[in-house]
Design a binder for this molecule. Structure first.
Ligand SMILES: [Zn+2]
Length: 435
């Protein structure tokens, strides 16, 4: 297989592209009723000039995609670039969540200087960009000392990657840290100064409602959005999701609230889960599932075969009109030993783990349109939008989801980029050369 050759002219035609209807801004404009449609896409100076049914586009040099699928570039809305790739120097001894927390804390204390965090973040961003991602939200471990190091690195990365990968940061800290009112205020001010999003990892605490209300109040006063790690546990008694929804409703919070993980929801009695999901819908929360990381971490007990898949109730949430998304989460660190910042891999795994197929339908939005909208980015394939597209040889979901698609072409501003991923050897100096 050879990658298509692209003309150097600013205007050209992408012929015979297969596009999922749910990724088009105006799907009703094109004939047929299948979940995908065959189109010609006219490009002019980096923007989509016209989208017409296949065989009707005209003008300029032509690139025949021969039915290959075209997706908008990906948005990865939940990552941990500050933790990424530390596995070679700080592996997780048994793959469990508690061990991951311990291993990361020790690695952070020993190694997370400006240079160390920057080198690993840059490596992660290079992977993401090469795979066709154009927007990334990362959580940042934000205890005061580490926050002072990592947030300026994020600011430097945002400048370095401007025009290639849009970057957002979220503070990550235990919800219990907000018990210290002054500390909470300092953190919220710090996050606001850095143009970030206020976040925390919730655990069941006796004063959880007070703590959550404090986070919402701090965010409201500074016009910040919120992004929580929620109920990432096998314990069905972990019910902070309902508490978050109730506080958001009570406060009439108007910013974006993203809730990540929500694993224990899947283990609660149906009546309780239904009640919680109704509250999530009423509160307008957006839910992000981390299917690869949670398949890895949940229900792990050494020598025992896991009995469940670790993912939240995506079908039931979506059926209520709740915005659902999927993202990478951790990458080659103690929380997840694998991963390559490839949103297509996230999507493929999400489809397999959570049965998001037959039809795939609107699930194609999980790593594209929905997270982009939450991040304030227009992502649908539309006339007038930038030609930030991922081109696959796969012509349909069967072909797309069966192979890795590492031979994809990524267009940014209408031009193909170098899709070579960085070599792991480049991290050897940072990680102390642990092959
Ligand atoms: Zn996470």
């Amino acid at each position: 297989m050879t990658a298509p050759t692209f003309p150097s002219e600013p205007a050209y035609l992408l012929r015979n592209a297969t596009v999922a209807r749910t990724l088009l801004a105006q799907p009703q404009s094109y004939p047929g009723d299948g979940e995908t449609v065959r189109l010609d896409i006219a490009v002019d100076r980096g923007r989509i000039a016209q989208i017409t049914p296949a065989g009707t586009g005209a003008g300029g040099p032509q690139v025949d995609l021969d039915g290959g699928m075209v997706w908008p570039c990906f948005t990865d809305i939940h990552t941990h670039l500050d933790k990424g790739h530390i596995w070679p120097r700080s592996p997780n001894p048994n793959g469990r969540h508690a061990s991951a927390l311990t291993a990361v804390a020790a690695d952070r204390t020993a190694h997370w200087s400006t240079a160390d965090v920057a080198a690993r973040m840059r490596f992660g961003l290079r992977c993401a960009y090469a795979h066709g991602t154009r927007a990334v939200r990362t959580h940042i471990d934000s205890t005061s000392e580490q926050g002072e190091i990592s947030w300026p690195v994020l600011a430097a990365m945002r400048a370095e990657w401007e025009g290639r990968v849009a970057l957002q940061g979220v503070s990550l800290i235990a919800i219990a840290a907000f018990r210290d009112e002054d500390g909470g205020m300092r953190l919220a001010d710090f996050v606001a100064r850095h143009g970030g999003i206020l976040g925390a990892a919730t655990t069941i605490e006796p004063d959880l409602d007070v703590l959550l209300d404090r986070v919402f109040a701090l965010a409201q006063a500074r016009d910040l959005d919120i992004d929580f790690h929620v109920d990432e546990t096998n314990d069905p008694q972990s019910r902070s999701l309902a508490h978050i929804a109730l506080v958001a409703i009570k406060r009439r919070f108007s910013g974006q609230v993203v809730v990540g993980h929500c694993c224990s929801l899947a283990l609660q009695p149906a009546t309780e889960a239904d009640r919680t999901m109704d509250l999530v819908a009423e509160a307008g929360l957006a839910v992000v599932s981390l299917p690869m990381c949670n398949l890895y971490l949940m229900d792990r007990a050494g020598g025992r075969t896991p009995r469940w898949r670790g993912v939240t109730l995506l079908h039931e949430l979506a059926a209520r009109g709740i915005r659902t998304m999927a993202a990478s989460d951790n990458c080659r660190d103690p929380f997840y030993a694998y991963g390559d910042h490839d949103a297509l891999e996230v999507f493929t795994q999400a489809v397999r783990i959570a049965h998001l197929d037959h039809p795939v339908g609107e699930w194609a939005r999980l790593v594209t349109v929905t997270p982009a909208a939450v991040m304030g980015i227009e992502s649908q394939v539309a006339e007038g939008s930038p030609v930030d597209l991922v081109l696959f040889r796969a012509r349909n979901y069967s072909e797309l989801l069966s192979r890795s698609q590492h031979d994809r072409t990524v267009l940014r501003g209408g031009m193909p980029i170098d899709t070579t991923t960085p070599d792991y050897r480049e991290l050897d100096p940072v990680l102390g050369a642990h092959p």
